[in-house]
Design a protein around this ligand. Structure first.
Ligand SMILES: Cc1cc2nc3c(=O)[nH]c(=O)nc-3n(C[C@H](O)[C@H](O)[C@H](O)COP(=O)(O)OP(=O)(O)OC[C@H]3O[C@@H](n4cnc5c(N)ncnc54)[C@H](O)[C@@H]3O)c2cc1C
Length: 399
């Protein structure tokens, strides 16, 4: 197994790095670094910067505007993006629904939705989870009843990431209650402004509005918005879930966090030495670095396998768990390093000067919010316990 990058890949890396230095909006990088709340306009500006280079749809086939990059090039792009501290693309449109549209949608649907997703003219939200259907998603109850040329949709979706920004929603809806519960699920796209759709914000423990609950009250949706066949939504959604990025582990971002953590630890006095030299802290930091190194090699090994035409299988579940634990350990160390400076908690991070006037260093201000937000990684993208179930079945062969 060869972990080295080829000369072509290194040249590609330089091109991407130059883009982030010279062309990506510098004010956006500064805003992110400042810990400010990112808006819909920010996400769209970032995606348009990628699209101007033809780099926004990394996984799409080239006939629809995809990059044609190899798995290694995709990895390098994400690596450089995180090194620069730039925004990743919002996954709901470009990574989740678009592949379903170009794989299972009609020609009419492709023409109608793909160009707007590519140009970041529309923002999409993912309506899968419900109050009583999360890990056991096939139990979903939001129903769509056929009425002439329309469906009438009634029910509740919850935990919809950035649903308050959404122009369009793609939802799993129940069109039948007979047979296996997976067989009665269909994949329906809806204009988020359709009468009867109401978005309610959910403020999370980090003080932000990222999540939402969406109520559907007799919403009339044209049947032409159904993707593929009625009752095939479960199959399409499984295809969607397999379109995860190779860089879910966010390796470069984590190394950048560790470098910043070390910088902070050298400025903090602990007795007659700095925190960085304090044995208990140094030991925890070393463990995080060792774990991240192991994670990085696991990602590279997976990448090598994908490049050779293999599928990651249960390895992606192991990656998800290790990446989550490592991210959370890093935010815990930030909390420990910043000590009482991390205690003030500032929910409103909209203004550029949101942490000014406070008697703490600017770098300490986002610590607590980041710590809280990272708790959610255990749950989203497939809960840790569910990933362990997959590993036990697919990797260990436990039935
Ligand atoms: C930040 C964030 C963003 C999200 N964004 C979206 C979004 O955009 N769209 C969307 O549709 N959903 C979204 N979700 C929802 C997410 O997919 C669900 O939270 C997730 O599927 C878990 O479902 P649940 O919350 O109902 O928890 P439950 O499924 O009720 O799980 C509760 C606990 O039980 C455990 N558990 C469940 N089943 C098993 C089992 N079989 N064996 C062992 N343990 C089990 C879980 O691991 C968990 O610890 C988001 C969630 C978060 C936190």
């Amino acid at each position: 197994m060869d972990f080295r990058f080829s000369a072509e890949d290194e040249a590609f890396r330089k091109t991407v790095r130059d883009f982030f230095t010279d062309e990506y909006p510098a004010d956006l990088l500064a805003k992110i670094k400042n810990g400010q709340q990112v808006t819909k306009a920010d996400y769209q500006r970032s995606e348009r910067a990628y699209n101007d280079k033809g780099w926004v749809a990394v996984n799409w086939p080239q006939e629809y505007g995809g990059t044609g990059w190899t798995p290694t090039q995709k990895y390098i792009f994400d690596d450089e993006l995180e090194r620069a501290g730039a925004l990743s693309v919002v996954p709901m449109g470009l990574l989740y629904v678009a592949p379903v549209i170009y794989t299972f949608g009609s020609e009419e649907q492709k023409k109608r939705w793909l160009p707007d997703i590519l140009a970041s003219r529309t923002f999409w939200g993912q309506g899968y989870s419900e109050p009583e259907a999360g890990s056991d998603l096939a139990s979903l109850q939001c129903k769509a009843v056929r009425d002439g040329d329309d469906y009438i949709v009634t029910g509740t979706k919850i935990w919809t990431s950035l649903g308050h920004y959404a122009d369009w929603l793609f939802c799993l809806v129940r069109t039948s209650n007979t047979g296996k519960k997976q067989e009665g699920i269909s994949f329906l796209c809806m204009d988020a402004k359709t009468p009867g759709i109401t978005v309610y914000p959910i403020t999370t423990i980090d003080g932000t509005q990222y999540l939402n609950r969406i109520e559907f009250d007799d919403v009339r949706v044209p049947a032409e918005n159904l993707i593929g066949e009625e009752g095939m939504g479960w199959t399409y959604s499984k295809y969607l879930l397999s379109n995860e990025r190779t860089s879910y582990a966010h390796i470069a971002g984590k190394w950048a966090d560790i470098a910043r953590l070390k910088e902070i630890a050298t400025t903090i006095q602990s007795g007659n030495r700095t925190l960085l030299d304090e044995p208990a802290f140094a030991q925890k930091l070393a463990k995080v670095e060792v774990d991240l190194t192991a994670l990085e090699f696991m990602v590279l090994r997976t990448l090598s396998a994908v490049s050779a035409g293999e599928t990651p299988g249960g390895a992606s579940s192991a990656l998800k768990i290790l990446a989550t634990e490592n991210a959370q350990a890093i935010t815990e160390l930030f909390l420990e390093a910043n000590g009482s400076n991390a205690l003030p908690f500032f929910p409103d991070r909209n203004a550029a000067d949101w942490h000014e006037g406070l008697d703490i260093p600017a770098y300490a201000a986002p610590t607590t919010a980041a710590y809280f937000f990272n708790r959610a990684q255990t749950i989203y993208g497939g809960a840790t316990e569910v990933q362990k179930n997959i590993i036990s079945k697919q990797v260990l062969g436990v039935s």
